[in-house]
Design a protein. Structure first.
Length: 378
């Protein structure tokens, strides 16, 4: 029996998301990164085709109204599902943009043909030059860098553009220029930089000194501004925020009047977690499995519409967001953080405020970029 919280009025979630995340398999073959948060990455749970069909019944309608609507295949390794099965999962969708986040190790010519045929956007997980990839190991405990680079070379040979997501375990400013230069030379279309987070099954306490992180972001901004050939996600966020402030508009990120994108994440079994993909696969004594429901039982549109009513932890999360709004001078930029960071850093609570993630990936980011801008002010 689902425990329902009192309905929120008005809803703080947007009625229609901009994307949906689907987990085709929990298996992350053949990688076993030391910072990974996924609980079942060594187990081959496959998403049944009826789950994808149930999602598509709602998503196809959303995509008809939004040509940019994205279906993201992510978490474990999507290629581990196999070409035939992934093709069957993609088949029910119409009018969507497919994207896929991969470690690139399993990429071969047949996979590249598959991706080109379906116009799938490819994101590759790689942490920079070889010496900065020490945490990206195979299941056998061997370095995975050269295996990923082999897959990247196949993408390049087939003319398939790709973006990258990098995890920075130690935000050392001395590495920033070389880090950025690696991706610029690699030719990625865009780069997202994630400072390692303590969440899920990753209990490592990364080197998260906020001042060191701010110096890293400052140095990264310096490297990027000297050669802005890559769309750097974090720089774009800061610049979009700055433009909003200059134009005297409500900041696009975290403004109280802006509804949150629910970002539904559909696990392999059809369970739907809102707002925070990192919570999928976990359970809690108070909140159960964090899901709002299952697409095999209810339509995804209904689950989004009733998310706050069906999902008690979301109500507690809003209390934390409101506390941040009342106390944090960076709230307009940060917007209140992410549920998973609050939950895993605050002992299972969603209503806490500042986290280490806030300090190193949000506050330090805007501090570092601001320092860079101040040094280069005309």
């Amino acid at each position: 029996m689902t425990v329902r919280a009192a309905p929120s009025t008005p809803s703080r979630l947007a009625p229609v998301p901009r994307a949906v995340v689907l987990q085709p398999t929990t298996l992350c073959l053949p990688m076993d990164c030391t910072y990974c948060y996924l609980p079942f990455r060594r187990i081959a749970h496959l998403m049944p085709v009826p789950v994808a069909e149930a999602v598509a019944r709602t998503v196809n309608g959303w995509a008809a109204d939004d040509p940019a609507f994205e279906v993201v295949w992510h978490g474990g390794e999507p290629l581990a599902a196999g070409r035939e099965h992934l093709a069957a999962l993609m088949a029910p969708f119409r009018g969507v943009k497919h994207s896929l986040q991969t470690n690139a190790v399993l990429l071969d010519d047949a996979w590249c043909a598959f991706l080109r045929e379906r116009d799938v956007h490819v994101g590759v997980s790689i942490d920079g030059p070889e010496d900065l990839n020490a945490h990206r190991l195979t299941l056998a405990g061997h370095p995975g860098f050269r295996l990923t680079m082999r897959g990247i070379e196949r993408l390049r040979r087939h003319g398939i553009p790709f973006s990258a997501i990098a995890v920075v375990s130690d935000p050392d400013p001395a590495h920033a220029a070389r880090f950025y230069g690696f991706f610029a030379e690699l030719g990625v279309t865009a780069l997202g930089v994630n400072v390692e987070e303590e969440e899920g099954v990753n209990h490592r306490s990364a080197n998260a000194d906020p001042e060191r992180a701010a110096a890293f972001w400052q140095a990264l901004a310096e490297a990027w501004s000297a050669n802005p050939v890559v769309r750097l996600r974090e720089m774009s966020r800061v610049m979009d925020f700055a433009r909003a402030v200059i134009d005297d508009r409500a900041p696009a990120v975290g403004a109280a009047s802006d509804p949150w994108d629910p970002l539904p994440t559909v696990a392999h079994d059809g369970g739907v977690v809102m707002l925070s993909p990192e919570l999928a696969g976990f359970t809690d004594d108070r909140y159960g499995d964090f899901t709002t429901g299952n697409v095999l039982c209810d339509g995804l549109d209904l689950l989004v519409a009733e998310a706050e009513e069906r999902t008690p932890w979301i109500t507690e999360f809003w209390k934390g967001v409101d506390a941040c709004r009342a106390t944090c001078p960076y709230f307009a930029f940060c917007g209140g953080g992410h549920p998973a960071n609050r939950y895993f850093e605050h002992g299972g609570r969603m209503d806490g405020t500042r986290t280490r993630y806030c300090s190193t990936a949000k506050i330090a980011l805007i501090e570092g970029v601001t320092r860079h801008a101040a040094e280069h002010r005309p």
